[in-house]
Design a protein around this ligand. Structure first.
Ligand code: ZN
Ligand code: MN
Length: 481
């Protein structure tokens, strides 16, 4: 039996504000534990929340960027649960009256643009952080009260790969709009993935939620694992229990049992009036975006930039797409062309060696010692046959770490290939004279033995010769002799 996956993602994005959602505490990652706190975000009795208008603005902007309807009236509610990371005993969030409803995220996949629904976007505050170590469990409330938007995607994704692309697209929109700084390492964007399996055509089965995944790759990995696990259960005729799981780094494991909605005892926060927005406040956020909806605008931008790269540098659609996805590499390519390099010669190097280096080397391309002029020189040296590809690759690694000019390095170390025809011919004659057996068999039709002679010659020149040129010379010497 084949099973179809139904996947929906819900993401928490940290808003790019200086202070917290309901108090003046800084949004800080470098403050010592529990120092970026005050009586309000610690939930002391008698304190009152004060709304951060910057956070509301960014929430509105997220909604416009994703093509949502921004509601003129929304309501903050209390969501109660007991956990050490929640000093008030409840989280202030938006429940039945969210800030934004009904948007979409357009995702390009293999040249095709797909529309995925956004169910809602609401504002809420983050919880603190609990860490467990040798000293037992420790709580840091610096994060408690940090402004978030929760973006709830419709369950219309069909595979782990689609989900991963969706999250990348969302991340791009949130960063490009200035809503979120987008540093995944710092947990700026965290994702819960819902997945259920069912035979094709049947309604979706039990929903399993994988909580708090904080990298694009992990979303893909966790969902792939979960789909395999659920398929195994269904094939064995066992039920898939509805539950909450988490990603361990290797697979998914069960977490606490899923609370029923009623357990949270939602009610409108009596300390916060309904959030009422004017048309002008909403329009001001639209004005802060280069285009709206921003996802479509970005995809249009990509098309324009792809076409521009094809026209200016003669790149293929594929090459342009790869470079656009790697802004640092693209910038370096453009700088190399500006430094006098021929795009057609640079492209293969940029696409292979430079991309490879930027993934392998410790230093990123923007911080490395390689200069665009040096890359241009290196490519010219290879293309003119002055050095070998292998030598060039080794040089590139060195230039990346230490900088310098390839032409000078090649001259100083004698890395150039031997190009003196007379010397090459003399060496060829010597190798031929040394191997009468091989030559006889070669003449009898064993053509492959030509490579053997060329190999001998390469040894004579320490590998610093052009094998094609040597093969030509050997052939000519054999014909002459
Ligand atoms: Zn505070
Ligand atoms: Mn939430």
């Amino acid at each position: 039996m084949e099973y179809v996956a139904t996947i929906g993602l819900e993401c928490h994005a940290q808003l790019r504000t200086r202070s917290k959602m309901f108090c003046g505490c800084p949004v800080s990652t470098d403050a010592p534990p529990n120092r970026a706190t005050c009586p309000t975000c610690l939930g002391h009795p008698g304190t009152l929340p004060r709304l951060n208008t910057a956070a509301i603005g960014l929430g509105i902007r997220a909604g416009i960027a994703l093509g949502c309807a921004v509601q003129r009236h929304s309501v903050f509610s209390r969501k109660h649960y007991f956990c050490g990371d929640l000093p008030k005993g409840y989280q202030i969030t938006q429940h039945d009256r969210p800030l934004c409803t009904g948007g979409a995220l357009h995702v390009e996949r293999q040249g095709e643009i797909r529309r995925h629904g956004i169910t809602r976007i609401h504002l809420e505050e983050d919880a603190g952080r609990i860490t467990t170590g040798d000293a037992g469990a420790q709580v840091d409330w610096n994060r408690a009260g940090v402004p978030l938007v929760e973006i709830v995607g419709a369950p219309d994704l069909g595979s782990a790969e689609e989900a991963e692309d969706w999250l990348r697209a969302l991340h791009r929109v949130l960063v490009a709009s200035g809503v979120c700084a987008g540093d995944m390492e710092k947990g700026h964007l965290r994702c819960d993935a819902n997945v259920s399996l069912a035979p094709a055509g049947a309604p979706p089965g039990a929903r399993v939620e994988i909580k708090n995944i904080n990298s694009f790759r992990f979303v893909g990995k966790a969902l792939r694992c979960e789909i395999v696990r659920q398929t195994g259960l269904l094939r064995a005729g066992e039920p898939v229990p509805r539950e909450t799981r988490h990603w361990t780094g290797k697979d998914t494991a069960p977490s606490r049992m899923k609370e029923q909605p009623a357990d949270y005892r939602f009610f409108a926060d009596p300390d916060l009036p309904p959030l009422c927005l004017t048309e002008a406040e909403i329009e001001a956020e639209r004005g802060a975006l280069p285009g709206a909806p921003l996802d479509r605008w970005l995809l249009d931008q990509d098309n324009t930039r792809r076409a521009d790269l094809r026209a200016r540098h003669g790149l293929s659609d594929h090459e342009a797409g790869v470079l656009l996805a790697e802004p640092e590499v693209l910038a370096f390519f453009e700088a190399s062309v500006a430094a006098g390099g021929a795009p057609s010669r640079l492209v293969p190097w940029v696409m292979r060696e430079l991309l490879h280096c930027s993934k392998q080397q410790e230093l990123g391309l923007s911080a490395c010692a390689l200069e665009p002029e040096a890359l241009v020189e290196l490519v010219e040296l290879v293309e003119s046959g002055a050095i070998h590809r292998g030598v060039a690759r080794a040089l590139l690694d060195e230039l990346w770490r230490e900088g310098g000019r390839p032409r000078a390095l090649v001259a100083a170390r004698g890395l150039g290939v031997h190009t003196d025809d007379e010397a090459l011919r003399a060496a060829a004659r010597a190798v031929i004279a040394d191997a009468p057996d091989v030559v006889a068999r070669l003449r009898a039709g064993r053509r492959g033995l030509l490579d053997h002679l060329v190999g001998q010659l390469m040894k004579v020149f320490d590998g610093k010769a052009d094998p094609k040129r040597l093969a030509d010379i050997v052939r000519r010497e054999l014909e002459a002799g």
